[in-house]
Design a protein. Structure first.
Lengths: 133, 602
């Protein structure tokens, strides 16, 4: 599993995970794609997101992927994220991924019942976050 | 072609206009007309725009557009909207990405976010409501797959690939829509007409019909040359002035004679009058020979004779009223117009009733004629035929009077009428499918042929799903006037008062004259354009203060109002060196039409 644009949050150190998360969200200018949980499906999504964020290319990009294998340690931080109207909460058990704009607004949520997730769906999540507002 | 009950408005129930009209006048001023604006300049160029979104909503509301087609159109519109912004979006993205590496401070980051947002907007709007399992998303999956040998597409490559997928989606949706339209064809037509009641003709709207472009006619704004009609009228006023100076103002009332002749002829020379006279003669010849016939036949003939006598009495009454010396000749002009209208209405009602009764009489006679004997049977059969024919003729004639004569009197009393419901879109008007419907069309009114002030332009938008189900979706009526500043030449009669500085016996001397009047129309008020029409300018009159029958030139300043029916001013007789006050009248002589000198282009 080769990832180039992905930050994997630690699952065994809640404080560290929270600090890293805060740093990514608040202190750096990234459009973020969050993948939640573990398993093959999530891994596949993370791989696609990593690729669309630039993958192994040398190009510096504003896209970054955050893989939260266990949301529990950072649940408090995630709960504080503002969302666009009509989107489920990011900690909803049916949510497997979401995107966050440069203004720290949750702009898109990928649910587990959407079927197979391809590049198009991940690209959509990035574009909606890039649109922001 | 049948029209279903119409919705004669240009807006939907939601109040949003489907048809948007923009006018560009000859002063290069562009005006978007609101729903309350109904006046355009007679030489302007108008652009008609169709708000397709509102149109589709209206078609949907009227159950003309199937939900499936409506959805397809909405999706296609969304994809096209994104594609229209493709270049701008990709350009903004490149700018943003070039800027990103240095965007480390809050202000720079904020600028970057703004540029990125603008770049992402078209695709975000397009993709926001596209479900994951859809042809577009599947296409996008393929389009975003890096080619062999590449680890990933750059972000601007991803955006470009997404737009390519959107273009393919547009093609796919268009094909789908075309196939659907062929099966459940909904078409839209846009047409326009110009003219007055009974004279409306279609206007060519580029992109919407196959009508030829009309003759190029520009209504002169600064015309200072009398037209041939005005020159003729000036000659008529010269004759009238001579009579007025000899006989006084009573000579002006002669225009009534034309109307009198009209009604007198109607009562004597119309087809119904003639056939009722002939029928009366036939019946009078039959009655003495009915001795041996059944009572039913005699009764039927007597009824017919009475009917004919009553109707002829009505005709005679009208004729006597309007012939020379009749009671109508003693009425004032206003009373005369009212009376004319009443008599025409009464004549139409009486003739319509007469037609129905004659038809019923013919039927009764036909039933009883079987009992007739000898040669009388043939004569009665012939009478039945004549009765039926006269009934049909009377019915038709009453309808003709109703439409033509009443309209003529209405014009006299209240101006022209405009029956826009009579206008239908002809076969020359193209049937567009909704997706192929052009959004705008522009027409230069100067290419619509001869037109006059107060002509109506009626714009109609119709839609249907088949030939027998065409509905009017929106109508917009505009009126053309000479709104921009212009000069009018008007011919009339002035009454000059030299204020006892000459040997004239009467206080006023009548003289033919014409005025060059500067005026400006209104974009808001029909009443201003139709009736007030104030103007000022100069007046030239052909006077004869010294009674030597040689014209003397009078020149004066003039103010005019009420369609030039009233003018007043102060002038100077250059030949006799005498100043004079005057007022002017533009009188409806000698024809029974108002106004006497209508400003119509050639």
């Amino acid at each position: 599993l080769k990832l180039y644009r992905t930050v994997i949050l630690p699952t065994d150190d809640a404080e560290l995970a929270t600090r890293v998360l805060h740093s990514l969200i608040a202190e750096q200018g990234f459009v973020l794609f969050f993948a939640l949980g573990t398993g093959q499906t999530v891994e596949a999504v993370v791989l696609l997101a990593d690729e669309l964020a630039g993958g192994s290319t040398s190009e510096p990009t504003h896209r970054k992927v955050v893989w939260i294998r266990d949301p529990e340690p950072v649940a408090e931080a995630l709960e504080t994220l503002a969302s666009k109207p009509d989107l489920p909460g990011v900690l909803d058990p049916h949510v497997q991924a979401f995107s966050l704009s440069l203004q720290d607004l949750v702009c898109d949520v990928i649910r587990k019942d959407e079927g197979p997730i391809g590049r198009g769906r991940v690209f959509k999540a990035f574009v909606l976050a890039e649109r922001g507002l | 072609m049948k029209w279903l009950p119409i919705l004669c408005v240009s807006t939907t129930v939601l109040g949003q206009p489907i048809l948007i009209v923009t006018e560009q006048d000859q002063n290069a001023r562009t005006i978007t007309l609101t729903q309350h604006d109904h006046i355009v300049d007679i030489n302007s160029t108008i652009t008609i725009s169709i708000d397709k979104t509102v149109l589709q909503e209206e078609l949907r509301r009227q159950d003309l557009l199937p939900q499936e087609q409506h959805d397809l159109l909405l999706r296609l519109a969304g994809v096209r909207a994104a594609l229209n912004q493709r270049e701008q979006s990709l350009s903004s993205l490149k700018d943003a990405l070039r800027f990103y590496p240095s965007a480390k401070n809050p202000q720079a980051l904020s600028d970057f976010a703004q540029r990125l947002s603008l770049a992402a907007a078209p695709l975000a709007d397009l993709l926001a409501n596209v479900p994951n399992q859809s042809p577009l998303m599947a296409d996008l999956d393929r389009a975003l797959t890096p080619p062999p040998g590449r680890a990933a597409l750059t972000i601007d490559e991803q955006y470009a690939a997404a737009y390519d997928a959107a273009a393919r989606e547009a093609t796919r949706l268009s094909d789908e829509l075309r196939a659907f339209t062929q099966e459940h064809g909904v078409y839209v037509q846009l047409g326009a007409f110009i003219g007055k009641a009974g004279e409306q003709r279609p206007i060519h709207l580029p992109g919407f019909d196959a009508y030829p472009t009309g003759e190029f006619v520009e209504v002169e704004r600064w015309n200072l040359v009398l037209s041939e009609a005005q020159q003729r009228e000036l000659a008529q006023y010269t004759a009238v002035a001579r009579r007025v100076n000899q006989e006084g103002l009573r000579a002006l009332i002669e225009w009534k004679s034309v109307a009198q002749q009209l009604l007198a002829d109607l009562a004597k020379e119309s087809s119904t009058a003639k056939c009722s006279n002939h029928l009366a003669q036939t019946v009078a010849e039959l009655q003495p020979a009915l001795g041996g016939q059944a009572a039913g036949i005699k009764n039927a003939i007597d009824t017919i004779a009475t009917r004919l006598a009553t109707y002829r009495m009505t005709l005679t009454g009208i004729r006597d009223k309007y012939v020379a010396g009749g009671t109508a000749t003693r009425l004032t002009p206003d009373q005369f117009l009212l009376e004319t209208n009443n008599d025409i209405t009464s004549l139409i009602t009486t003739t319509t009733t007469f037609a129905s009764q004659l038809a019923a009489d013919a039927k009764t006679l036909q039933e009883t004629v079987t009992t007739a004997t000898g040669a009388m049977k043939d004569r009665l059969t012939a009478l039945t035929t004549e009765l039926t024919s006269c009934a049909t003729s009377a019915q038709t004639e009453a309808q003709t009077w109703s439409t033509t004569l009443r309209a003529r009197v209405r014009e006299l009393r209240a101006g022209r009428t405009f029956e826009e419901r009579a206008l239908e879109l002809g076969d020359e008007v193209t049937r567009h499918t909704i997706d192929a419907l052009p959004s705008t069309t522009t027409v230069d009114l100067r290419t619509t042929g001869a037109r006059a002030e107060d002509d109506a332009i009626t714009i109609k938008l119709a839609a249907g799903s088949n030939a027998t189900d065409r509905r009017e979706i929106a109508t917009r009526t505009l009126r053309v006037f000479r709104v921009l500043s212009h000069i009018d030449l008007t011919v009339g009669l002035i009454f000059a008062d030299p204020q006892q500085r000459t040997a004239l016996q009467r206080q006023f001397q009548a003289a033919p004259a014409y005025s060059a009047l500067f005026r400006t129309g209104s974009r808001r008020s029909m009443t201003w354009n139709r009736w007030w029409t104030p103007g000022f300018g100069i007046n030239l009159a052909s006077l004869d203060f010294n009674h030597d029958d040689s014209p003397e030139l009078g020149i004066g300043v003039v103010g005019s109002a009420l369609r030039d029916y009233i003018q007043a001013g102060y002038g100077y007789n250059l030949t006799e060196s005498v100043p004079y006050l005057y007022f002017g009248l533009r009188l409806p002589v000698p024809y029974l039409t108002l106004p006497a000198t209508e400003q119509r282009t050639p």
